[in-house]
Design a protein. Structure first.
Length: 71
């Protein structure tokens, strides 16, 4: 509902960023180096937090926000 209301320029769907190819239903278990992302499917490991943080940091609206904050 939020995505439809605000659009993709303002609403970032976190689950879709984590899923493979933008599919929220297909969460990876390991990162590209083989590190476990979550030990229980709900809480992130340190590697999982880095993985998710990197994915979020590359979202165009987040990049724009970062650039605006840096000014």
């Amino acid at each position: 509902m939020l995505a439809n209301t605000f659009g993709s320029s303002l609403f970032v769907e976190i689950q879709a960023l984590i899923g493979s190819d933008g599919a929220a239903e297909q969460y990876p278990i390991f990162d590209e180096k083989g590190a476990l992302l979550s030990h229980d499917g709900s809480h992130l490991t340190q590697a999982g937090a880095r993985f998710v943080g990197y994915r979020h940091a590359t979202v165009p609206s987040v990049l724009q926000l970062s650039a605006t904050a840096a000014q």
